[in-house]
Write a protein that binds this ligand. Structure first.
Ligand code: FES
Length: 100
């Protein structure tokens, strides 16, 4: 997935309640869009960089999503990752970005 060169509307913000997530298909993949409890919205690649599980199916706590497969954690605000069960942090998911 490449970095965007312009904003692309995905859907009306009112369709995503605080604490909810949604998958949106884009050319070349899927975005996992999360709306935090504070109302901030972030989009990341829906493919976990560890072994490919959909991050949209992970557990959202605060501003961190934990992959449901091996529990690696990803900070939505900056894309930083932390190790899960039995391994080093896999790196950042593509395109962590705030949404306007
Ligand atoms: S596939 Fe996500 S932590 Fe392994």
């Amino acid at each position: 997935m490449t970095s965007p060169t312009a904003w692309t509307p995905l859907f009306p913000l009112a369709e995503l309640a605080p604490g909810a997530r949604r998958v949106h298909r884009v050319p070349g993949g899927r975005l996992a869009v999360f709306r935090l409890d504070d109302g901030d919205v972030f989009a990341i690649d829906d493919v976990c960089p560890h072994e490919g599980y959909p991050l949209s199916e992970g557990v959202l706590r605060g501003d961190t999503v934990t992959c449901s497969w091996h529990a690696f954690r990803f900070a939505l605000r900056d894309g930083a990752s932390a190790a899960g069960r039995g391994g080093a942090a896999p790196g950042r998911p593509s395109a962590p970005s705030p949404c306007a």
